[in-house]
Design a protein around this ligand. Structure first.
Ligand SMILES: NC(=O)c1ccc[n+]([C@@H]2O[C@H](COP(=O)([O-])OP(=O)(O)OC[C@H]3O[C@@H](n4cnc5c(N)ncnc54)[C@H](OP(=O)(O)O)[C@@H]3O)[C@@H](O)[C@H]2O)c1
Length: 377
């Protein structure tokens, strides 16, 4: 089955993020396959949730979640945008199918363990094939990476202290992903280019973040992708990231919810544990959040970069986190259809496409404002 006339496949197109990717692919005039485990759900999502879909060139395909079926679907495509998470659970089949079919792989993960797997397990094979494997081209954490890169334009800074905040409700898969990631994976920061574990029992951190007087509550949020992206960057030795949602009561509940879920499931066999975590996540969130509203759904990415004799600070205020993700995915696909990535194999969004380019894309669609950059020394 060749789909060379539809060079991009969106896998998980029925989801909140998948359909936003489709919306922006239409705006970039890219023909695409909207794929998922249920053709009916994908069709309903396209027709009711993707503005302007009647003028998009797309095809709906139902596909089983196994390497053979996915390889057959991806044959002839150039880029696969994967939104089926948790990625540590569902990602391997999709990555392996991309490699077999010769397609670039990008996804929307925020799971540090999955980003490490893509780096250490799949990076070399993708590099040998001249293909990109770029997990985590998404608001969390590409927007923060853009802020870090703006700081690093000043040479001599080697330490990144990053805060990532957003407002709004997580989607069904985001809620499950947060819980599964917290229960089943460690969280690491980078010290002198080595991964060191966050203390899982440290609880909430109080953070002074730009733009408000009240202290914000934060967590390591699974460690985030930045320590992985910067581990082999010769400019950077240390990376610590804290973040969460602006909603303080929600943040205060997160450690208890996670601890209770971990305690209740810790002696179960893996399949049973995953099913129990899925059930807990479904109790927390079992419906699609509404389309984002820029007055409510805000994002804040703040980076303090320091070195022996210099400092820089960058703040990016933005809105509509999931739209940022949809747009970044669509632009990445658009770029890959025209020229190779700046780096083949494992790469971050900025490493593959350039931070100034990605910032320009987010700004031109009204999703982030001009970064506030302060450089000292
Ligand atoms: N880093 C970031 O900033 C960021 C931003 C957005 C999303 N994300 C991540 O991206 C993932 C998707 O988020 P979302 O907002 O789109 O969630 P969502 O609205 O719940 O959509 C999930 C999608 O995955 C599909 N799916 C779920 N389980 C599946 C399975 N076993 N086999 C095949 N397909 C399956 C769903 O299909 P059905 O419709 O058939 O159920 C749906 O298409 C989550 O892991 C989330 O954490 C991260």
């Amino acid at each position: 089955m060749s789909r060379a006339d539809k060079p991009v496949v969106v896998y998980g197109a029925s989801g909140y993020t998948g359909r936003l990717i489709c919306e922006y692919l239409r705006e970039y005039n890219i023909a695409f396959v909207a794929a998922g485990r249920s053709a009916g759900k994908v069709k309903a999502a396209m027709e009711t949730h993707v503005p302007g879909i009647e003028t998009a060139d797309y095809e709906i395909v139902e596909v089983a979640h196994d390497v053979e079926a996915l390889t057959s679907l991806f044959a002839g495509a150039s880029v696969v945008c994967n939104t089926v998470g948790p990625f540590a659970t569902y990602g391997p089949e999709v990555v392996e199918a991309c490699l077999a079919a010769g397609a670039h792989y990008i996804d929307t993960t925020g799971e540090q363990d999955w980003v490490i797997t893509c780096d250490e397990k799949y990076g070399a094979d993708f590099a040998a094939a001249g293909l990109l494997v770029a997990p985590g081209i998404a608001q969390m954490y590409t927007t923060g990476e853009i802020a870090a890169e703006l700081c690093l334009e000043k040479p001599g800074l080697d330490t990144l202290d990053i805060a990532v905040f957003w407002g709004g409700s997580p989607t069904i898969a985001s809620t499950l992903t947060i819980l599964v990631n917290a229960a089943l994976a460690g969280a690491y920061y980078l010290e002198q280019n080595r991964y060191l574990p966050w203390d899982p029992d440290a609880g909430l951190y109080q953070l002074a973040i730009p733009g408000q007087h009240e202290l914000a509550l934060a967590l390591p949020w699974g460690g985030t992708s930045h320590p992985v992206w910067y581990r082999t960057d010769p400019r950077v030795a240390n990376v610590k990231v804290l973040g969460g949602v602006f909603n303080k009561p929600l943040m205060m509940g997160v450690p208890q919810i996670v601890a209770a879920a971990v305690q209740a499931t810790k002696d179960m066999p893996p399949d049973e544990q995953y099913a129990a975590l899925t059930a807990t996540a479904a109790q927390m969130m079992n419906q699609m959040p509404p389309r984002e509203n820029p007055r409510l759904n805000k994002s804040l990415d703040s980076v303090h970069a320091s070195g022996p004799l210099g400092r820089a600070h960058c703040v990016i205020y933005g809105n509509s986190n999931y739209k940022q993700t949809g747009l970044l995915q669509a632009y990445a696909a658009y770029s890959l259809l025209q020229r190779p990535p700046r780096r083949a194999g494992f790469a971050s969004g900025c490493q593959a496409f350039g931070h100034r380019e990605l910032l320009g894309v987010l700004s031109s669609f009204g999703l982030v404002r001009e970064p506030v950059v302060t450089v000292e020394g």
